[in-house]
Design a protein around this ligand. Structure first.
Ligand SMILES: *Cc1c(COP(=O)(O)O)cnc(C)c1O
Length: 331
């Protein structure tokens, strides 16, 4: 196996960490309160295997019912289970050639016939996705930061009626584009996957979810129960439910991040992004990456064809952004 290689997580402090698209702000105060008032004696019991309280909170937030929601240990787990459930052993699973690196790993792991669809000018083109036995796209896409409009996503779902279309919306909270959740009532082959790691500042908690037709959700549940019945612990269910209920805090922090994104974008003259990162082409990406690293600023660089001229830079706090711009100017 060739596993996914995640960005560096330094253990010592003193780094400006802009390499794994974490949120620079702490989670909602309601998250901390929910944990403080949790009944710790219940930790002796196994948690609710179907994450009932969290599924209810998510369903309420999305305007769906609990039957339409599946929760997992980070959206990475949800996505891996979705590959196992819907794509295992199937041919013609369409995905962009440049996207989240894990899709390639899971394709190999579950023997899914990965069909790479080249981006055109760094963009996903909906007309290139037709007749697949499955589709997976990230919207907004990573690491490019481009997003499809809702009608474009709908076009892809419509053009692939013989398979499940997975739309990974890890960054949708930072986009102008609308979520595909609104299409769930219309299509039984659409699975929308989201995470608590980015917009909800809970990467360390490990919680994510999928929303879709109840038959798809039931499929995921069966595979989950054949693998690990209790992917989300009691505290994670409690804290994630508190996070998604605090819509005011979510809105405030995501707006702060998109504001900082536009400041940094102007300073670097980077292309537009719909996510909490920029995909920027400096004069020499590798040298810039190394220079920033020497200055204790971590960003993401891939020594891979097509993207080795770029850096992916997570949007941090305003102070971190000032320091980053200063360092880039010095370079
Ligand atoms: C960050 C990210 C995820 C997963 O995050 P989890 O922390 O596992 O929820 C999924 N998809 C994309 C495209 C991401 O960038």
């Amino acid at each position: 196996m060739t596993p996914y290689v995640a960005g560096i997580q330094p253990v010592e402090s003193g780094w400006i960490k802009l390499n794994t698209n974490e949120n620079p702000y702490p989670p909602s105060p309601n998250v901390i309160e929910s944990l403080k008032s949790a009944d710790f004696s219940r930790l002796r019991l196994y948690p609710d295997s179907d994450s009932g309280i969290l599924r209810r909170a998510v369903a309420e937030n999305l305007g769906l019912t609990e039957d339409n929601v599946f929760c997992g240990n980070g959206s990475d787990e949800v996505l891996a289970l979705a590959f196992a459930t819907f794509f295992a052993g199937k041919p013609d699973i369409l995905m962009p050639d440049v996207s989240y690196g894990f899709y390639e790993v899971w394709s190999a792991m579950y023997d899914a016939g990965r069909m790479e669809v080249p981006l055109r000018g760094l963009k996903v083109c909906p007309e290139d996705y037709k007749g697949g036995k499955g589709v997976v796209i990230a919207n907004p896409n990573a690491p490019t930061g481009n997003a499809l409009t809702l009608p474009e996503v709908e076009q892809i779902v419509r053009s692939n009626p013989d398979g499940v279309v997975i739309v990974d919306e890890a960054y949708i909270d930072f986009a102008d584009a609308e979520s595909a959740v609104g299409l769930i009532g219309k299509f039984d082959n659409l699975l929308v996957v989201r995470t608590f790691s980015k917009a909800y500042s809970l990467a360390g908690l490990r919680a994510g979810f999928a929303a879709g037709h109840k038959y798809l959700i039931d499929g995921l549940r069966r595979v989950k129960n054949a693998f690990n019945s209790y992917p989300l612990d009691m505290l994670a269910q409690t804290a994630a439910a508190a996070a998604i209920r605090d819509t005011a805090y979510w809105d405030k922090t995501r707006k702060e991040i998109t504001k900082t994104r536009e400041t940094l974008r102007a300073a670097l003259d980077a292309p537009p992004s719909q996510a909490n990162f920029l995909f920027w082409r400096p004069p020499d990406a590798k040298k810039m990456y190394e220079y920033l690293l020497e200055n204790k600023i971590l960003v993401r660089y891939w020594d891979k064809p097509k993207i080795n001229g770029y850096l992916r830079i997570t949007i941090g706090t305003n102070e971190q952004t000032v320091e980053l711009i200063r360092c880039v100017k010095r370079f």
